[in-house]
Design a protein around this ligand. Structure first.
Ligand code: SF4
Length: 184
């Protein structure tokens, strides 16, 4: 089909639809038969991922979010959402059910190991703290009051306040390489 034919056809279909609306013919009568029986509510929120802070509208059915879309009235994103924001509801649920793929315990893979093993949060915090202390002690540049042996990469699920605290902690530790995945 040529471009001109396509435009003619679109004009024709648009005109017929408009005529249908004006005259209240079958098109409107047919949709009335499919009235929504389920109560779906909508509420606005802010995306929980990066510090862009896009506005979103969440459709909720019973206890679960069934749809997330960009808020067209939000001044930051004006209705758009990146794929991460669009998948926001899956953090908790998929298709109204608890997301079975969601991790509920930290996973650890030892150096050289092929498998991940579940560890408690306390074990993980302790192990990270020990490694941070050891690396910092071994690499400390006293004249410059800093270490260049460690870097920090913020995750996409950190909100503004968490990023602020993380930066403060890292600066206090003497780190100079700070990044966030939303900037990469
Ligand atoms: S993760 Fe995407 S949708 Fe969410 S705030 Fe950032 S840019 Fe917006």
């Amino acid at each position: 089909m040529k471009r001109r034919d396509f435009l003619k056809l679109s004009g024709l279909s648009g005109g017929s639809a408009a005529l249908g609306l004006l005259t209240g013919t079958k098109t409107l009568a047919a949709t009335a038969k499919f009235r929504l029986k389920k109560k779906v509510s909508e509420s606005s929120t802010i995306c929980c991922y990066c510090s862009v802070g896009c506005g979103a509208i969440v459709s909720v059915y019973e206890d679960g979010a069934v749809k997330v879309e960009g808020d067209p009235d939000h001044p930051v994103n004006r209705g758009a959402l990146c794929p991460k924001g669009l998948a926001m509801s899956q953090v908790h649920q998929v298709g109204g059910k608890l997301n079975a793929s969601r991790l509920t315990q930290p996973l650890y893979r030892a150096p050289g190991a092929a498998k991940w093993e579940e560890k408690s949060l306390e074990w993980m915090i302790d192990a990270i703290a020990k490694r941070v202390k050891k690396t910092r002690d071994e690499s400390w540049n006293a004249p410059a009051s800093r270490t260049e042996a460690m870097a920090s990469l913020g995750g996409g699920e950190l909100d503004n306040e968490e990023c602020y605290l993380l930066s403060k902690m890292n600066r206090a530790l003497g780190l100079v390489y700070l990044e966030h995945c939303a900037r990469l």
